[in-house]
Ligand binder design. Structure first.
Ligand code: GDP
Length: 529
């Protein structure tokens, strides 16, 4: 087995979008191409529709049965493709941010009628900061939508991207005739029939060919020629290096539901998207083709069956090969662990594997050893960076509602926090516990899970906090820092890792504090260097 060949074969990516843009539909069509599923409807839409706990629980239950939906792997034209699921619902944005630390590239799906939406903006911003290569797919061309050039402008301006279209629509909505593939120089005609032959394309090396007028009509042909000329004049030609460095983003148009433009996207994707990339650790840059295994936990999934309280930790292999029954160093705990049944994921199932390669996701059964961000190695002390906590948006005191069950409560809270469901802050002044979350929905989820999985009950009490800021003192022994700690004691807490956090009660108090204590730095994420 050639190690380097295995690495070169892999494409690990995420699809990001605002809910309803078509992420699930596109995922499903990609799986159909890979032959990984046989029919539409096989991919569960894990969307939260009503923002209700019952909805969330239902999804979690389904996922518990088939956790494979977190990672969908399939083979296509000799490439091993791993799609990592990213929840679109904003209350679960942190889960998505963490998953983005494990992808090597992303596809951004945009609804042709709605254009750039709020969640797209936030997620693309993260990808931009992390220099993740992105391909944009503009979806639902079978519907009336915005003008294609206006949309390209919107994507550039609102998402801060530098686009270059690799395909372009011929008409739209009612008049949608097909797509000109700039990358392959051919035309794919739209028939509105998703079962039509996907190879049904007509090569057009030269758009001045009069056959074009015959096939799509004089008017559409003239418009297409004009549009392509305009594109060539306005947009830079596709540059693979620029794409890989996240300085240019190719754009495709299509209709996922009609399976239209998806093959073009996938064929281009496997050609240009990066194989597993090298990753920066706190200590050094780790190359994907190093022989020694390194990997990190980016997601922990609880099994929702209360009878088996085991969890599945998802590890992205960064370098080397991950082997079954080989001892690996759990760096944070400084102990060696062996895994007798590491799981690999396929479209609809998971199974035990002996060897996994960089880019692969391995699922490890865990009884409470792992936290998000943990690193595994063959002995070297390496900490992978890039999974910071963000300041939550909601804060509440958590109280024990059943004094007989406090042990269960604390164990439950501890484990749920390790999974990254929410963040726990312990007040310096009185040791009270405050839970911070991205969305209000998580409080109900925590309550439900504490009760059903740990047999503990809790109540909440409002705690008005505007933002949590991680504190960094230029000089921890300075009088300024000591005064800050004394004056602000009521608002200080520690997070799970023991880092000091300032819980500002208003934007005003945050601003005043920053002015008054210029040598005390307040960060909105837990990771700073
Ligand atoms: P997600 O929330 O991003 O995963 O979106 P879904 O894949 O669930 O799609 C949301 C809705 O848009 C569903 O009703 C889909 O059937 C529909 N949809 C997806 N792609 C297309 C498309 O190309 N054309 C049309 N007309 N509808 C689409």
């Amino acid at each position: 087995m050639n190690f380097k060949k295995e690495i070169a074969k892999r494409r690990t990516f995420g699809i990001i979008s605002h809910p309803d843009a078509g992420k699930t539909t596109l995922t499903e069509k990609l799986l159909l191409f890979g032959g990984a599923i046989q029919e539409a409807g096989a991919v569960k839409n894990n969307k939260i529709k009503k923002s209700a706990t019952s909805d969330f629980m239902e999804i979690e239950r389904q996922r518990g049965i088939s956790v494979a939906t977190s990672v969908l792997a399939f083979l296509y034209k000799d490439k091993k493709i791993n799609i990592l699921d990213t929840p679109g619902h904003k209350d679960f944005a942190e889960d998505t941010f963490r998953t983005l630390t494990a992808v090597d590239s992303v596809i951004v799906v945009i609804d042709v009628a709605k254009g750039v939406e709020e969640q797209t903006k936030k997620l693309v911003e993260v990808c931009r900061m992390r220099k993740i290569p992105m391909i944009v797919f503009i979806n639902k061309l079978d519907r009336e939508g915005k003008d294609a050039f206006d949309l390209l402008d919107e994507v550039e301006q609102e998402l801060g991207l530098t686009v270059t279209p690799l395909s372009f629509p011929i008409g739209m909505g009612y008049d949608f005739k097909g797509i000109y593939n700039i990358y392959e120089k051919n035309i794919n005609l739209f028939s509105g029939d998703s079962k039509k032959n996907i190879e049904d394309t007509i090569a057009f090396d030269d758009l001045s060919n009069p056959d074009l007028d015959k096939i799509i009509g004089d008017k559409a042909a003239a418009t297409l020629r004009e549009n392509i000329e305009l594109i060539e004049g306005v947009y830079p030609p596709f540059n693979k290096q620029a794409y890989l460095e996240a300085n240019q983003q190719p754009v495709f148009f299509g209709s996922a539901l009609n399976n239209f433009g998806v093959r073009e996207l996938l064929d281009c994707f496997i050609e240009i998207a990066p194989p597993p990339r090298d990753k920066m650790a706190q200590e050094r840059l780790v190359k994907a083709d190093e022989q020694q295994m390194t990997g990190f936990v980016f997601k922990i999934h609880a099994n929702m069956d209360p009878k088996h309280r085991d969890r599945l930790a998802f590890v992205k292999v960064v370098s080397g090969t991950f082997e079954r029954n080989k001892p690996y160093l759990h760096v944070r705990q400084d102990k060696k662990l062996k895994f007798s049944s590491p799981n690999a994921f396929f479209a609809e199932k998971k199974e035990i594997v002996d060897t996994s390669f960089p880019g692969d996701i391995v699922g490890l059964h865990d009884t409470g050893n792992f936290k998000i961000g943990d690193t595994l190695t063959e002995g070297e002390t390496i900490h992978y960076k890039g999974i910071p906590s963000f300041s939550p948006e909601h804060f509440r005191y958590i109280n024990n509602a059943d004094p007989m069950k406090s042990k269960q409560l604390y164990k439950g809270i501890d484990q749920l926090m390790d999974e990254g469901v929410a963040q726990l802050f312990t007040l310096e002044l009185n040791g009270r516990k405050v839970i911070g979350t991205v969305g209000a929905l998580q409080y109900e989820v925590i309550q439900y899970r504490l009760e059903h999985e740990y047999g503990a009950r809790c109540t909440y009490e409002n705690f008005p906090v505007h933002k949590a800021c991680w504190v960094e003192a230029n000089d921890p022994n300075s009088d300024e820092f000591k005064e800050f700690k004394r004056v602000k004691q009521k608002f200080l807490a520690t997070d799970k890792r023991g880092q000091l956090v300032f819980l500002a009660d208003s934007a005003f108090s945050l601003q005043m504090t920053q002015q008054k204590y210029p040598n005390v730095k307040l960060h909105f994420t837990s990771e700073f260097s």
